[in-house]
Design a protein around this ligand. Structure first.
Ligand code: PEP
Ligand code: MG
Length: 612
């Protein structure tokens, strides 16, 4: 297998050209392109129906054995990948292996062979049929939002395993990256996750592809490997030839082909400063989140899927402040039972080695939906205003076994380390009381059965995501042992602007004083009732906003793991007096713009102390 550097279809134009793609993994790189084309398998006669099924079955089984062996070799390479890459590619290899086993895919292919089809054609048709089913499930609305992302990923998995089988059926080799020159920028039409796993991040400066997207496995893996990457840079291959010089900015998605000498010099400065920044952020990992005036805060990570766990460890987060358990219900047709859930929570809790894990029970409804739940008749029911209908705790109280199962699984896993249980979308005291009763009952039942669970039960807290909850925090805090402010939803409900709708995006502003006043009320009530208050919405990832939230009385933050170092840096530069002064001004501001300008000014003063 070797990398071929074919002549591009169109002659590359001379002079600097700028392309835009999807920013996938941040970092700036400058280097020469190494175009890695993949030899195409020979064309397949899709119409043939006169093949000998026994012969084609043997060919298929050989191709499956070869594919399994290749995946096994890839698996052996896992140890060479950084930890997050290991998790991402490890679980993907597992998916592929299951597909090659006694799966629906295999049954479908074999049924087509019985019709006299060529094995290649049967594989291609069946994988495409299953991919299409994922993208447009018959009799159901097309997946939206996170479900659409998951559906695309799943469809990609079917197509990928199909391509692997066809290559092995036709004996078409894979490309290899081992011959690429050191420091090269890998340019390809597309890059599959298995390809990405073969890349040595110490040798490849960046990756740019013509196809692909920011949410697939390849993108996740490239981020895990820390390789600057831009995918879906249309027009790339027509512009790039052998040893074309490129500048790649993985944060903005910009690709400069044949940069001018001025542009190349600027890129080199950026490459050096990015390297310094990474080094500095790495050092921050071990330092406390302490204000320059001495007060220590807590920074934790939000977790969407277990695969992000290594990133949490790398970030220096002091535990998981929000485990969104929705992933348990995605990409599956069946509801996860108590044992399965326990088996998923347990390693997460163990991995945090004594740092707390806050598990939020499932928050479905509104814009989120799940196959497993829809199948048993649980969903947003097509309401005109799903965000204002049955979601979060409302849904769980209507389907109590769902809540009981999740409580029981969390309690079973809780012996492994400190755990907190979080209820989503609470707006009334009676919702919290009803959930608490169920929680206590599940605890009693497990104890009666002799299951070892913590005594007292782990703290039960609530999300503050509605104006009603924020305004009533003092009442709710009598029953809730901790409060987590979800600024994403709190902003939506306070400003009556849908968080997912682009036409009201300008109205959706978490820094609007109306939202900030509710944050202040919540923090004050928490303090009075001695209940810990955290912010776990996106606002907690904003290094400029966090000092303001500190001034409003919040001492604990949970954010995407990648944001932890930058937020910590901002905190270590800020002083409590300044935070409080900013909070007073923000509460009196007339709009979010004014608040944002003030925060930017403060950040500037911290960075340039001699200017003022
Ligand atoms: C929030 O609403 O701020 C929050 C953290 O919950 P989610 O984004 O999962 O709705
Ligand atoms: Mg929310």
């Amino acid at each position: 297998m070797k990398t071929t550097e074919r002549r591009p279809k169109q002659r590359p134009r001379a002079g600097e050209v700028r392309l835009e793609g999807q920013p996938v993994s941040s970092g700036v790189a400058i280097g020469y392109a190494a175009v890695a084309h993949e030899p195409a398998p020979p064309p397949v006669d899709m119409a043939r129906r006169d093949c000998d099924p026994a012969h084609e079955r043997t060919r298929l089984h050989d191709a499956i054995s070869r594919s399994v062996a290749q995946l096994g070799r890839l698996h052996d390479r896992l140890a060479l990948l950084p930890e997050d890459g290991q998790v991402e590619i490890g679980s993907l290899l597992e998916v592929y292996r299951r597909m090659l086993g006694p799966s629906r895919l295999r049954r479908g292919i074999e049924a087509r062979l019985e019709q006299g089809m060529l094995a290649e054609a049967a594989v291609m048709q069946e994988t495409e049929t299953l991919a299409a089913l994922m993208l447009a499930p018959p009799g159901r609305p097309a997946p939206q939002g996170e479900d659409a992302v998951a559906a695309r990923r799943r469809a990609g998995e079917f197509r990928e395993i199909g391509r692997r089988l066809v290559r092995n059926l036709s004996g078409t080799p894979y490309r290899s990256f081992s011959t690429l020159p050191d420091g090269a920028i890998l340019v390809a039409e597309q890059l599959r996750p298995a390809d990405a796993a073969l890349i040595d991040p110490s040798r490849i400066a960046a990756v740019v592809t013509e196809e692909g997207g920011s949410t697939g496995h390849t993108a996740i893996l490239l981020r895990a490997l820390g390789i600057p990457a831009v995918l879906a840079a249309h027009g790339l291959l027509a512009q790039v030839g052998r040893r074309t010089r490129l500048v790649v900015d993985g944060a903005t998605g910009r690709v400069i082909v044949r940069p001018s000498s001025r542009m190349a010099a600027a890129a080199r400065v950026e490459v050096a400063s990015y390297a310094r920044e990474r080094q500095m952020l790495g050092r921050l990992r071990r330092l406390p989140a302490r204000l320059s005036s001495g007060e220590v805060l807590t920074l934790q990570a939000n977790l969407e899927i277990p695969a992000e766990l290594p990133m949490v460890a790398q970030s220096g987060a002091a535990g998981i402040g929000l485990l969104r358990s929705e992933f348990l219900f995605m990409n599956t047709d069946t509801l996860p039972d108590e044992e399965l859930q326990e088996a998923i929570y347990l390693p997460l809790i163990e991995a945090m080695a004594g740092d707390p894990v806050t598990i939020r029970v499932v928050d479905w409804g509104s814009e989120k939906n799940s196959d497993a739940l829809s199948r048993v008749g649980i969903g947003n029911g097509g309401d005109a205003n799903p965000a204002l209908a049955v979601r979060g705790i409302r849904l769980l109280l209507q389907h109590r076994t769902l809540l009981e199962t999740q409580f029981a699984a969390i309690l079973r896993a809780a012996h492994a380390g400190p755990v907190r249980v979080l209820l989503p979308m609470v707006s009334l005291l009676e919702e919290l009381q009803a959930a608490r009763e169920i929680y206590a009952r599940v605890g009693r039942r497990l104890r009666r059965r002799g299951v070892k669970i913590p005594d007292p039960l782990p703290p039960l807290g609530i999300m503050i995501e509605t104006p009603a909850a924020a305004l009533m925090t003092d009442v709710l805090a009598q029953e809730a042992e901790f409060l987590a402010i979800g600024t994403n939803d709190l902003t939506m409900y306070t400003l009556a602007a849908d968080r997912a709708a682009t036409d009201v995006a300008a109205l959706y502003d978490p820094l609007h004083p109306a939202v900030l006043r509710l944050v202040r009320m919540t923090a004050d009530a928490g303090l009075r009732q001695r209940r810990p208050v955290s912010v776990c919405g996106e606002l907690a990832s904003d290094p400029q906003a966090v000092p303001l939230l500190v001034g409003l009385g919040v001492r604990s933050f949970s954010m995407h793991a990648s944001a932890v170092p930058r937020v910590k840096r901002a905190i270590r530069a800020a002083a409590m007096d300044d935070c409080r002064r900013m909070a007073c001004r923000a509460l009196e501001a007339t709009d979010g713009q004014e608040v944002r300008a003030m925060l930017a000014q403060y950040a500037y003063t911290l960075q340039h102390p001699d200017d003022g």
